[in-house]
Design a binder for this molecule. Sequence first.
Ligand SMILES: Cc1ncc(COP(=O)(O)O)c(C=O)c1O
Length: 400
Amino acid sequence: MATKVITGSAMMKAYHLPESTPPRPPRLAATVLKSSALKAVASHDSYQGPELTMQLATISRQVAQFRRALPQVRPHFAVKANPLPPLLKHLQQLGVGFEIASLGELQLMQELQVPGKHIIFSNPIKTPASIEAAVKYGIDWFAFDCQEELDKLFALAPQAHYELRLSTSGAGAVWPLTTKFGMDVDAAKSLLTYAARHHMPVAGLTFHVGSQCGRVQSWLEAIAQCKILCAHMQALGLPLTLLNLGGGFPCAIAKDEPTLATLMQPLHDTLANLPPEVQLVAEPGRFLIAAAGTLTCQIISTTTRQQKNWAFLDCGYYNGLMELKENFGYELCSRRSGKLSPWTIAGPTCDSLDMFAQPFMLPANSEAGDIIDIPNMGAYANTCATNFNGFAVPRVCIVP
Ligand SMILES: Cc1ncc(COP(=O)(O)O)c(C=O)c1O
């Protein structure tokens, strides 16, 4: 994936006009150009394919907003949300820690010389090699949610500290993470008893309410469970020193959404009543990075099927728009003006998975060649994109 970093006044130019304009494709014969679809394509021949523009200033604003909302919580950016080194470096300069899930993400941390003590390894299932490398690098906190992983940690990282991951309901999350991860309270209690019996250094609790969760009660419910386990741990001689609130903090996609501080006020108040010896951390991914990214793509073709408007984009499920499958509320902003009407949106590949069930609003007179900007695409878009079927993943342009 090509990434360019733009500085200073080159920024706006770079956004609209590529630095080096590629050679124009040969002109089509005038008779062929009579088709309005082809005219539209020809009029945007400076367009170079899907591009994700990431704005560092927005990341700074999101970090500040997170700190305003939950000042007692240390944020550790979930690297999986967008692992591009210039973005990680920017977050590092802002004093944000990191949450990693793999050896590959650890290597990124090493390249950026992020100190091990600023990193949490929260994937509940880890390879032995990644645990060994993380211990060697000085990482102290590791998650687990089953006895097998706990035993593995104790064998490979006996001096480290472990956080037990609880399951959550996933209520209120657009992208729940419920089925795959976490223990219920009863199972957690018996595993904690086992840990205490074997003198295993379990000292933390964690959970993930699911991604893009606008329901603060989900955190409160999880914390209520943590309080039960905290008392159990205390009785077992395993005092709690870390409470990790996970990720899931929602990016404000619709314009009228409340600020994070407003939304999280009840959580802020609940945290204020926890014992001061419990360190509070969180692992926001989407919240810190999504609003910083705008994905620009193009309509390749339009048609009408069963009285419905269809627009085929050059970016789809596989090469950047995976999340349009779910109900995140992303808006497609056409650079064409006109009365909006519902459109069925599909990506460019030959797979039927590459289309989206819910309609999106676009000008009724949309045509092939129209440029579409999709805000709030800075998380999980470029990271999860593949060039399946030969369609390019978005180039990334980083601007101040
Ligand atoms: C362990 C862990 N922490 C944090 C995150 C980040 O979540 P979000 O981007 O919803 O904030 C994830 C996402 O999958 C995760 O698995």
